[in-house]
Ligand binder design. Structure first.
Ligand code: XIL
Length: 301
């Protein structure tokens, strides 16, 4: 197959890209997106500050445009994200205690309900663990009680029973890291107690202080063995040339080696679309030409 999406489909996987609604007006960008990718994740348009800028006032225009673009072309949509410690609107930051808890769960309910039936998998909670110490990250959500994550998953399940519900994080790629082990323990606990969780997203921003770890495949298979799917949710790789291509190739090989690794999403289309202010971390250069990393991914799929 001649495209990422078709090659991944032949292996029963999706190959997606993080996209922004504003760039859907860029014909070069859209040309690559529509040709190569079988899934999209809105980079920012479904986040809390975008969808509920004022308490109880919801705004779905840009997110709906991304969803419509995807649906019209048979692409899947990953929902990202319902709850995140970062990028919170002022109204939310000013709340605490039971009032915050209620606003938080209402947000999950309203947004998941709006996109009901349109999102294949939701990042219900993003980045809830601290980088060190194997503990939760301090946040306003966390201060409402340890059970805030499971409450969010239950609310999301009730609002959109057909969507797969994921926990998503970074720095959980290396099996040996305390953070990976802490997330693993939470997912195991959720499965044992019947908290509705279906998938784990590993952001996989490699090279930004986090090298690709030799244990990556072990991490993917270990989560999968808990009975959840794993998704490589925001892949990018610092570097260039053969070294970068080699890392991309290994990531694809690792995913294909794990039956429950259901898809790979790269966090942007061209290098110039990357959220990173510098570097060349993606599969297409700024002119839209496929890079060595692209050839390596296609060959590995
Ligand atoms: C990033 C977006 O790509 C940027 O456009 C935005 O300015 C900040 O957020 N982890 C996540 C993503 O879960 O939501 C972040 O996306 C990248 C890191």
């Amino acid at each position: 197959p001649a495209t990422l999406g078709a090659a991944a489909a032949a292996k029963g996987r999706t190959f997606g890209a993080g996209v922004t609604a504003a760039k859907l007006a860029d014909s070069a960008y859209v040309g690559i997106l529509d040709r190569e990718f079988s899934s999209v994740t809105p980079e920012n348009e479904m986040k809390l500050d975008a969808t509920e800028p004022q308490r109880g006032q919801f705004s779905f225009g840009p997110a709906d445009r991304v969803v419509q673009h995807a649906q019209a072309r048979g692409m899947k949509v990953r929902g990202h994200s319902l709850l995140w410690h970062s990028g919170q609107p002022g109204w939310l930051q000013s709340l605490t205690g039971p009032v915050l808890r209620e606003a938080m769960l209402n947000h999950v309910t309203q947004v998941a309900a709006h996109f009901r039936g349109q999102v294949v998998s939701w990042d219900v909670v993003d980045e809830a663990f601290a980088d060190t110490g194997g503990r939760r990250r301090d946040s306003n959500f966390q201060r409402t009680g340890d059970d805030w994550i499971e409450a969010a998953f239950r609310a999301a399940r009730a609002a959109d029973p057909g969507a797969k519900l994921c926990y998503n994080d970074y720095n959980v790629e290396d099996w040996a890291s305390q953070k990976t082990q802490a997330v693993y323990a939470m997912v195991r606990d959720f499965k044992q107690r019947g908290v509705p969780i279906d998938c784990v997203g590993l952001q996989s921003h490699f090279g930004f202080g986090i090298p690709y770890p030799a244990s990556y495949r072990t991490t993917l298979s270990s989560f999968a063995a808990l009975g959840v799917d794993v998704e490589i949710s925001q892949l990018d790789v610092v570097g260039s040339g053969a070294e970068q291509a080699g890392t991309y190739r290994r990531v694809v090989e690792d995913c294909l080696a794990v039956a429950r690794c259901t898809g790979i999403t790269v966090w942007g289309v061209r290098d110039t679309d990357s959220w990173r202010s510098s570097g060349t971390p993606l599969l297409f250069d700024g002119a839209g030409n496929p890079k060595a990393a692209y050839d390596a991914v296609l060959a590995a799929l």
